[in-house]
Structure formats: structure tokens, C-alpha cells
Design a protein around this ligand. Structure first.
Ligand code: ARG
Length: 572
């Protein structure tokens, strides 16, 4: 159990008759200022009313009875009725020592293992991936890693858009404007060109192309042999192109069940909804009315076509039957919020109500002009070339900083630093806000960036190299830890908070909870390193203690960055 949970449990147990124990327990939070303590419980303010006593009196009573064992000092009552908790230094030191050879860094198995389906990335294939796809891919990957690290059963599902109207546009393009030589040399590029051609004709008001594309989609769905064969032919190269990006980003999936997979189930979904009376005819279409929503959920259009919504319902049915998940996450652009609200509501009414559904929404990636990211000619930048740009930016930095490292290794470092920059910049945002895509800031060594953390890790490694200390040998020696300096204690507390941070980030579905924690960790290490000589400590025992603290910090950084999908470097 993590430290925060232990405190919460102790406080819940200390609630007097008539006080909501869970509320009191849950009011325990990490303190905001170490001067006042490591944790703070502020529940007494709201809870005192139910007893008819003053918050300070209730706080005093709780402080008297709460059993914190040898973990913390007796809480102090402060202000209008806060309880400040200070963890005992000897307890911190003992606990840290135990962590030295604990590969999980204190993360215990969950009380109840949950099965979590994470629907993420899910691009519409046949359009090249662009900057908008980075967010779902990177946030979904991070959440998958987090839930896995906490001991849950995770299914990573790439719900590919492999069946939508973009194929009708490509089919129209193929039949009317294809360049066979171009297709032979680069199928994906040619398909993308055809897609863009159709798109620009339609956007330019060409109703003929629009109608023709729509008919091609309908024919594909109806099983027209020619369109099916073309679709079969296009798919492998489309998938190869997106796989190349995933493998470069180090993102993997357990299943890749795209929209086409659910096509055979759609008629059954609509029939079932209709026969149970949930779905009704409305102006020729089949819809489900949802209370409180102005627009109904359309499951079959008046022309007979099934919709994105029908597919999502079939998907839920399939996932529940196959994996029986407790939690289903949809890492999708915030603009689809209304769709998911309706989807979850209809799914629950349909009977799939044991699942906790969450739309993990995120904001837009902006250019320097604060408008959605575009190149100068107005085209959305391909993801591949963005990754390349980040890597060359990183390369310039490494070339300038470390000309002594050999060029091959510099290239490897640049790839790692460049990808880290992009991922970190994305994950460190509150996911709901928009953010500006800014090279210089992303790749910088200073500030809350990927490179800053990779550098912090490499710096700790260099201490060990310089002192010729083998970290494994140090860990198995299990040196005594001393926390004489405030900077040592502050860093030690931070290391102990690793497990509760993962829990918090997963509960709130917010990777930035983890990045904030890592930034604080790296900063506390800097303060510690300035204040406390490590290799030149006054005694061998103190040197070992500080090395152990440094080693734990490096492991927290490595593991934490790993959960963001970011690799560390021995040197940079
Ligand atoms: N392919 C969709 C898009 O690009 C996202 C799919 C999200 N997942 C889902 N189950 N609806 O907009």
C-alpha cells in the first residue's frame, strides 16, 4: 500500500462516531509547504458541522486518537482546523533502504485487479497521420503503461478508421485520377494524393465528386466485389505506413480491431435496439432518443447506411463479451465529447452498465500563431516529418554540447531526445488545454522538458561513473540512509511518493500528474546535489547514503520517464 493510502486509512479509522470516515480519510493530501508537514488532512473543517463541534476541536480529537504507528509524528492542529502530518525521519530512512532492492520502487499490487480497455490512436487510415494524431497516441500509450505498472490488465485497442467515407473518396480518386507509376513507387503517397484531390474538389463545392464518393463508400459497404478488392489491396500499405510511426514511437497495441471488423455486426445491433424498443424510426432514420439531449443517437441513416455510432455500439458489445472490462477509456479529441456522452448513455441502457466508460478528451495542438497547427501552404504537417524535425533540432543541440561523443552515438541520442521532446511536451500539458507546438521550447535542456529529465538522469549516472561505483553493488550493500540535511530529506520524501503519484495519475487519467512529479523530483535532486557533496562526502557512510539516494532518484526518473514512453540515456 502506498504512503498516502496508509495515511488515509489511519485517518478514516480515527473518525469519531457521527463523522463520515471515508471523507475524513480522503481529505488527506500531500502538503503544499514542507514547513508545515508532509501531508495535510483538511476534512475537519467540513465534517465538524455534523457533530456540532468546532473544526479545531474535531481536529484535536482526531489527532489524539489517530494511530500512525511508527510512521509519523502526532499530527498538529493548525489554522482553522487543519491537521499537519510529518513523516518520521527514521521511518523514511528505513523505507528507502527497503526500496533499494525493490524493482517496483514501492508500487504494490492493486487490491482489485481491473481489466481496462484503452481505445487510442485510432487514426483514419489512408489519410497520412498528422500532428493531431500525436496526442491520442502518446496519451493513450502513457495511460496503458500506467495501468499496467499498477498491476491492472490492459488491452490496447487501436480502433482504426479503416471503413469510413475517406475510402469512398480514395475509390473515386482511384477510378478517375490515379497515377499508376506513382502508386507503384509509393502507394501511400499516391493514395494520400487521391484523397486530398477528392477532398479539395468536395470542399470547393463539387457536388458531383461528393455524390460519387458517397456512392463508392456505399458500394464498398454493400459488398461490391471491385471496391472490396481495391480496399483489400490498399489496406496493407496504409497499415504499414502507420506501423512505421508506431514502431518509431515505441507504441504497441494488443489488438487492432478497426471499424471494418464490426461491419458484419451492425445490422444485428440495430435490430436488437429496435426490438427492445430503444431505437425508433424518425424521419426515415433509426435513432435512440436520450433524455436531456437535443440530438438523438443515429444508428441507421435514412439511406440505410450504418454510422460511426452504430460501430461504436457494436464495439462495446464485442469488448464486453470478449474481455468483460471494468473500465473503458476512449482517448479521443474533445470535439467528440457529445458523441461519447450519448454513446455511453445508450450503451448503459442497452445493458452494458457494469463498465465505467471514460472519454479521455484532449485539446488541440496549435501553431505559433495559436491556430490549429498548419504549414505555410495550409496543409497539415505529416507526423513523420514533425518527428524528423524534432530529431534534427535535438541533433544540433547534442552536436554543440557534446562534440566528443562519436557521431553514431550522437545520432542515436538525438533520436531519443527528439522523440522524448515531443512526447514530454504533450504529456506535460493538462490534456484538456490546447498547446502551442514550439520546437525551441520542447527540445530545451532547461525547464519542464523531456531533455531536462533525460539530462538529470544522465548526470546521476555520470556521478557513478566518476566515482567508479557500481550501482548494483551499492544496492545489495543496502547502506544505512541518513537524512541530516533538509535537501536530503526533501528528496527522500519525493522518492517515497512515487507509488501514490502513479495511482493519482491513473485515477485522474492525467499524465501531467506524473510529469509534474518528475519535474519536482529532478529539481529536488539539483538542490540536493548543490547542497550535499556526494563523492566528496565527509565520511564513507555518508557517501554511501547519498549515493543510494542518488541511485533511487535515477531509478524513479528512469521508471517515471519509461511510463511516459521516454527512454533514458547513460550520457548526453
Ligand atoms: N477514427 C476516429 C477519428 O479519427 C477516432 C476513433 C476513436 N475511437 C472510437 N471508438 N470512436 O476521429
Amino acid at each position: 500500500m502506498n504512503l498516502l493510502d496508509r495515511l488515509r486509512e489511519s485517518f478514516a479509522n480515527a473518525a469519531p462516531e457521527g463523522v463520515d470516515a471515508a471523507a475524513l480519510g480522503n481529505s488527506v493530501r500531500p502538503g503544499t509547504d514542507a514547513k508545515f508537514g508532509d501531508y495535510q488532512a483538511n476534512g475537519c473543517m467540513a465534517l465538524a458541522k455534523s457533530l456540532g463541534v468546532s473544526p479545531r476541536d474535531l481536529a484535536a480529537r482526531v489527532a489524539e486518537v489517530v494511530d500512525l504507528g511508527d510512521m509519523a509524528l502526532k499530527p498538529e492542529v493548525a489554522g482553522p482546523g487543519f491537521l499537519n502530518v510529518r513523516i518520521r525521519d527514521d521511518w523514511i530512512a528505513r523505507r528507502l533502504r527497503e526500496l533499494l532492492d525493490d524493482p517496483t520502487l514501492g508500487v504494490a499490487p492493486p487490491r482489485r485487479t481491473r481489466t481496462v480497455v484503452i481505445d487510442f490512436s485510432s487514426p483514419n487510415v489512408a489519410k497520412p497521420m498528422h500532428v493531431g494524431h500525436i496526442r491520442s497516441t502518446v496519451i493513450g500509450d502513457c495511460l496503458a503503461r500506467l495501468f499496467e505498472a499498477l498491476g491492472h490488465h490492459v488491452i490496447r485497442d487501436n480502433h482504426l478508421g479503416d471503413w469510413g467515407s475517406q475510402f469512398g473518396m480514395i475509390l473515386w480518386g482511384w477510378k478517375n485520377a490515379r497515377d499508376d507509376a506513382a502508386y507503384a513507387s509509393s502507394p501511400v503517397r499516391e493514395l494520400a494524393r487521391l484523397y486530398r484531390l477528392a477532398q479539395s474538389r468536395i470542399q470547393g463545392g463539387d457536388a458531383g465528386v461528393e455524390e460519387a464518393s458517397r456512392r463508392e463508400t456505399a458500394k464498398l459497404h454493400a459488398g461490391d466485389p471491385e471496391n472490396r478488392a481495391l480496399w483489400q489491396q490498399f489496406m496493407p500499405s496504409c497499415l504499414e505506413a502507420i506501423e512505421a510511426i508506431y514502431s518509431r514511437l515505441g507504441v504497441r497495441f494488443d489488438v487492432r480491431l478497426g471499424e471494418s471488423f464490426y461491419d458484419p455486426m451492425l445490422a444485428g445491433v440495430v435490430d436488437d435496439l429496435t426490438s427492445r424498443g430503444f431505437a425508433v424510426e424518425s424521419e426515415g432514420a433509426t435513432v435512440v432518443f436520450v433524455e436531456g439531449s437535443k440530438t438523438p443517437f443515429m444508428v441507421r441513416k435514412s439511406d440505410g447506411a450504418f454510422t460511426y455510432a452504430t460501430t461504436d455500439l457494436a464495439t462495446i458489445q464485442y469488448r464486453v463479451k470478449t474481455w468483460n472490462p471494468d473500465l473503458m477509456l476512449y482517448v479521443v479529441d474533445h470535439r467528440q465529447g457529445d458523441h461519447f456522452k450519448l454513446l455511453f448513455e445508450v450503451a448503459r441502457r442497452w445493458g452494458f452498465d457494469r463498465v465505467d466508460y471514460r472519454h479521455v478528451a484532449f485539446g488541440t495542438v496549435l501553431g505559433a500563431d495559436r491556430r490549429p497547427f498548419k504549414t505555410r501552404d495550409g496543409d497539415v504537417v505529416g507526423l513523420e516529418s514533425l518527428l524528423d524535425d524534432a530529431v534534427s533540432e535535438a541533433r544540433a543541440l547534442i552536436d554543440a554540447n557534446s562534440p566528443d561523443i562519436d557521431p553514431d552515438e550522437r545520432a542515436r541520442i538525438a533520436e531519443t531526445v527528439g522523440l522524448a521532446a515531443i512526447k514530454y511536451a504533450d504529456l506535460s500539458q493538462n490534456r484538456l488545454s490546447d498547446y502551442v507546438f514550439d520546437w525551441k521550447k520542447m527540445v530545451a535542456m532547461n525547464g519542464n522538458t523531456g531533455a531536462y529529465h533525460q539530462y538529470a538522469f544522465a548526470r546521476i549516472r555520470s556521478i557513478f561513473r566518476k566515482g567508479e561505483v557500481d550501482p548494483y553493488a551499492l544496492r545489495s550493500r543496502r547502506p544505512e540512509i541518513t537524512l541530516g540535511q533538509p535537501a536530503e530529506r526533501a528528496l527522500a520524501m519525493q522518492v517515497l511518493r512515487f507509488p501514490e503519484t502513479l495511482e493519482l495519475a491513473a485515477n485522474e487519467l492525467k499524465p501531467n500528474v506524473l510529469t509534474d512529479y518528475l519535474f519536482e523530483t529532478a529539481n529536488r535532486f539539483s538542490t540536493f546535489f548543490e547542497a550535499c557533496p556526494v563523492l566528496k562526502a565527509e565520511s564513507a557512510a555518508l557517501r554511501d547514503s547519498r549515493l543510494a539516494l542518488s541511485d533511487l532518484t535515477a531509478r524513479v526518473l528512469e521508471r517515471g520517464l519509461g511510463l511516459l514512453g521516454i527512454e533514458v540515456l547513460e550520457r548526453m
